[in-house]
Every structure is written in C-alpha cells, then in structure tokens.
Design a protein around this ligand. Sequence first.
Ligand SMILES: [Zn+2]
Length: 122
Amino acid sequence: MMAKYSSKINKIRSFALSLIFIGFIVMYGGIYFRNSPLIMTIFMLFGLLFIIASTVVYFWIGMLSTKTIQVKCPSCGKHTKMLGKVDMCMYCREPLTLDPNLEGKEFDESYNKKSNNKKPIS
Ligand SMILES: [Zn+2]
C-alpha cells in the first residue's frame, strides 16, 4: 500500500485502478465467448492490455511521487505533498502554488471557480 499523496497523484491512482477494473471486466466478458476460442482470446488479450496499461501508470506514479515536494499547508497547517508548481492540499483541498507568478494561471477551470483562495507558499 502506497502512502497517500497529493490530489494530482490520487487522481492518477484512481485512473490506474479503474484501468485494472476495466481489464478484469473485459477478461470476464471473454468467458461468455468460451465456445469461440478466438473471440475469447481477443477479450483476454484486451483485458491484459488494460492491466499492463495500469501497471505502466502505477510505474509513472512511482516516478512522479519522487518529485513531490513536502510543504506546510497555510490553511490547515498540516504537512502535505505537492506535485509540480501548483497542486491542492490533500487534507483541506486548499490550492497551493510554489510560484506566486503562476497564481491563477496554471490552475485549471475547476480550481478557478474558487476565486480568491490561492495562497502562495514562500
Ligand atoms: Zn491544508
């Protein structure tokens, strides 16, 4: 079990997890075609492909998590990990940025809905 990282990594992790589920569902679907070995094999290979893809994503998460920076959240005071120059606090979802110049720029639309709660960390 990996440690809980920032929300960006959590999003990627749930994506990787969903790939595993899709892979198993596709492989399970192949059982319905057990009378046709060719179709069943195709289903199994597709399912395997999803599972391989999720392994790659998990590997990518491992690479990304080495690049996280530990910061103290200005809002809740807890130590959180952030990835890149902007991320969210994993405890209180406070938007965080390391670079004040990037404030309001690199946050995507969903972050921009909350207008004035971006606090720089110095
Ligand atoms: Zn916080």
